[in-house]
Write a protein that binds this ligand. Structure first.
Ligand code: PEP
Ligand code: MN
Length: 263
């Protein structure tokens, strides 16, 4: 992952004409959890119209409480594939363990490894044996060096298709869910050739901060964004408090497009 092995920025092809890295900006948007077919397809159409170039949706959810909604499982991946068929958007979903690895290789374009699994080394090694693009989210208490070492676990097996996702870290601050480490963007880009995208949703944990943090990420030079959007955030099955509505997302995207021209 170190720049000393590769001077040029890595460009990762996630399929359906979407790339991330160097000049290629990836906007991945969608609900925290996939809920049902119709709402997912309708939302995907709106996200694409607003300028998203990939669709996220959790089907296997790493919830803090075992009594919270755990995700639709493989059914959720099928729904995402219907939305992909309808919109052409490549799909991103979280894999929590090696037992479903083959299913994910077949059914998603990008395998997301969540913050809680950033140092699940057996899982990372297994991903190294595939050639699937991987979104490697930063652990909530991980240093940048530890995060890059986790990327190394995937790359050591021969899979160089790693995208780093800054999603906020735990600090003493309680006004927000986590603290977005915007400095991680230039630090990672100095240390590594891998693309880094920013997830302001899980960093902030509250809706009103998403637009300002997303714009900050663009100006810091991030290679993309991952943003949670829900048609009806108040009634979302997970993370509703941090989801934008489709209209809010479109408004943000209109600004992001202008900023990308400046940047
Ligand atoms: C998610 O993307 O829905 C998620 C659970 O993210 P994180 O692993 O960053 O908490
Ligand atoms: Mn979420």
């Amino acid at each position: 992952a170190n720049r000393s092995f590769q001077e040029d920025d890595s460009i990762i092809d996630v399929g359906n004409g979407v790339k991330v890295g160097a000049e290629n900006f990836m906007v991945c948007a969608g609900p925290c959890s996939v809920e049902d077919l119709d709402s997912t397809v309708e939302l995907a159409i709106k996200l694409k119209d607003a300028g998203a170039n990939s669709l996220r949706g959790g089907a296997f959810k790493p919830r803090t409480s075992p009594y919270s909604f755990q995700g639709l499982g493989v059914e959720g991946l099928k729904i995402l594939n219907e939305a992909k068929k309808e919109t052409g958007l490549p799909i991103v979903s979280e894999l929590m363990g090696t037992d479903h690895l083959d299913t994910f290789v077949d059914m998603v374009d990008v395998i997301q490894i969540g913050a809680r699994n950033m140092q699940n080394f057996d899982l990372l090694k297994a991903l190294g044996q595939t050639n699937k693009p991987v979104y490697l989210k930063r652990g909530m208490s991980a240093t940048i060096q530890e995060w890059l070492m986790s990327a190394e676990y995937i790359m050591a097996g021969g899979n160089n298709n790693v995208v780093l996702v800054e999603r906020g870290i735990r600090t003493f601050e309680t006004a927000t869910r986590n603290t977005l480490d915007i400095q991680a963007v230039p630090v990672v880009q100095k240390e590594s050739h891998l693309p880094i995208i920013v997830d302001p949703s899980h960093a902030a944990g509250v809706r009103y901060l998403i637009p300002s943090m997303a714009k900050s990420a663009v100006m810091a030079g991030a290679n993309g964004l991952q943003i949670e959007v829900h048609e009806d955030p108040e009634n979302a099955w997970s993370d509703g408090q941090q989801c934008l509505t489709p209209a809010e997302f479109k408004e943000l995207m209109d600004t992001i497009k202008v900023l990308l021209e400046i940047e």
